[in-house]
Ligand binder design. Structure first.
Ligand code: ADP
Length: 542
């Protein structure tokens, strides 16, 4: 006992559960007439957004949704999806944002695993939902989003979303903040490239903390105009669904990631911030010249979800974007580390700066700790930029666990750290650099080869648009690097040997791909290159 432990207890005045739900009320109080949401010709302010969300929550409640229920949403970045991030958890229910590129069996698996009570679905995805619904093993209410900007499509439920909102009360008060900040708020399924997808559960505290961490790291403020180039279903838009509201910024919705839409929107709405996987940045870089309309402001662009090749960072900066590199996983509410800028990098040439920026960096100020360690001994590797270990993190922005999957949760949390499954090194300055996912590392003649490092060089080849490197079994070396390459549309004749020669000039001999295959690359639903498909292809090459 010391004097600070006496008579200084928690009470309702000095302690409240942390939740992103308070951000909307705050924005509506402080900026009631500021534009909250833009969607095509439609826009509305924070007072209106709050009213819509209250209608939404009360209409859900009238349908029997209550604490511990799941509400699934299958929609692109439209207002209803954003509003669901507030309306669903207001009832203590859990939001399950579905990846709209999944197939019907996977959607059915998720709706059953999550026991979703309500499904709100954009008519664009009616064909896949129609196929999935007969396989749902419990009653589910379906509401359709009929969006004027969408392609139309069949309505599967008995009501459309706007009519559903009409059922609700804009002054709805019969809801509460969570009793406990540990209460579940969101359920996001991992892509499930190995077996069934796992349901990652978030709590209110983690979403609150990561939303603020993101606002801080990315420099959001009340003047920010955030363009939704990142799917909201992906880790709840890396928690920017809450983060942008927290600062009273403007959400600009966008159904499709299309450079022909994005460039004019940057100018028209004076967009200040956007996020996207490196593949999205690459689409902007390689958009036809006629599409690349100019804009006056600097657009802050956060990229992550896969390693951004330094050449991509360089090309974006040349076009007037300022790139911030983030790293994270579904299990860490999206971004968990960022490549924090150091003042002395200002003096570097762009290419060199981009090399620094391509590192995954340091933990968010809102994360507690990280280490790069041997997963067997849990001993941290030296900060020498060379010794490879697994990146592990701990803190309040790590998931609660996987839904109904205690074994997988126990594995992920072994030894009191969250195991990311990513292999990397720690540099002498403390910055982490990811070299590969554990299963992607190439071991050739006993030497580790980072596929990301080889890819980074390939992206510098003047004729290469995209590249992915995987292991190919080899009798002599065990494995050798095999490069799959997509050339730029205007590339001339490029041979595999010329690509190898380019690599030889830019990397150690043993890392140079022994095989180069040209053609389009298979991608996941979130635009990541599917290395497992390429590995299979590499195995069956003659
Ligand atoms: P999935 O597992 O379905 O691909 P996640 O979004 O959870 O979906 O993927 C997280 C993984 O993406 C990380 O474990 C890592 O391998 C990769 N990743 C994310 N951000 C970066 C980054 N900035 N650099 C390198 N890899 C990244």
């Amino acid at each position: 006992m010391n004097m600070y432990t006496q008579d200084l207890d928690r009470n309702e005045a000095n302690y409240a559960p942390q939740t992103p739900l308070t951000f909307l009320d705050h924005a509506a109080l402080v900026y009631p007439h500021k534009t909250a949401v833009i969607h095509g010709e439609q826009s509305y302010d924070y007072a209106e957004m709050r009213a819509r969300v209250r209608r939404f929550a009360s209409a859900l409640k009238a349908r029997g949704v209550s604490k511990g229920d799941t509400v699934s949403v299958m929609a692109p970045n439209v207002p209803a999806m954003l509003e669901a991030h507030y309306a669903v958890p207001m009832l203590g229910a859990v939001l399950n944002a579905l990846n709209y590129r999944l197939d019907a069996p996977t959607i059915a698996f998720i709706l059953n695993h999550a026991q979703s009570k309500v499904l709100i679905t954009d008519t664009e995805f009616a064909p896949v939902i129609r196929e999935a619904l007969p396989h749902v093993d419990h009653p589910i209410q379906v509401i359709d989003i009929v969006d004027a900007l969408g392609p139309g499509g069949e309505q599967l439920g008995e009501k459309d979303f706007e009519a559903f909102l009409e059922e609700g009360d804009p002054e709805f008060t019969d809801w509460s903040l969570p009793d406990d900040e540990w209460d579940s708020l969101a359920l996001n399924y991992t892509s499930g490239t190995t077996g069934n997808p796992k349901g990652v559960v978030y709590h209110h505290r983690g979403a609150f903390v990561n939303a603020l961490g993101n606002a801080l790291v990315f420099g959001l403020n009340a003047r920010s105009v955030y363009l939704w180039t990142l799917p909201m279903f992906h880790c709840n838009g890396w928690t920017y669904t809450w983060g942008v509201t927290a600062v009273g910024g403007t959400h600009v919705c966008l159904r499709n990631v299309d450079p022909a839409l994005i460039f004019p929107m940057l100018k028209e709405h004076r967009v200040t911030h956007m996020c996207g996987a490196p593949i999205v940045l690459n689409m902007l870089i390689h958009a036809p010249e006629g599409v690349k309309t100019s804009f006056d402001q600097t657009v802050e662009t956060a990229t992550g979800g896969a390693a951004p090749p330094s050449a991509v960072i360089t090309a974006m900066e040349r076009m007037g974007f300022k790139v911030t590199h983030l790293y994270g996983l579904t299990e860490t509410y999206g971004p968990a580390t960022y490549c924090a800028w150091q003042e002395d990098w200002d003096a570097l040439e762009l290419d060199e700066r981009s090399q620094y920026m391509a590192r995954q960096g340091v933990i968010y100020p809102t994360m507690t700790d990280s280490m790069v360690a041997d997963p067997e001994t849990m001993q941290p590797v030296p900060s020498d930029g060379e010794t490879i270990g697994e990146l592990m993190v701990r803190g309040n922005t790590v998931m609660k666990g996987y839904l109904k999957n205690p074994e997988a949760s126990a594995d992920a949390f072994a030894g009191g750290w969250f195991h990311t499954g990513d292999l990397g090194v720690r540099h002498p300055d403390g910055y982490v650099e990811i070299k590969d996912r554990s299963k992607d590392i190439i071991i050739s003649g006993g030497e580790n080869i980072s596929s990301l490092e080889v890819e980074d060089v390939l992206y510098k080849h003047p004729d290469v648009m995209e590249a992915a490197v995987v292991a190919r079994p080899d009798d002599k070396w065990g494995e050798t690097p095999c490069a799959f390459v997509t050339l730029k549309p205007d590339a001339g004749d490029v041979s595999d040997t010329s690509v190898m020669d380019f690599c030889k000039k830019n990397m150690a001999r043993f890392k140079v791909p022994k095989t180069v295959v040209f053609g389009p690359l298979p991608k996941t639903q979130t635009g990541k290159i599917q290395k497992f498909v390429l590995r299979e292809r590499a195995q069956s090459l003659d």
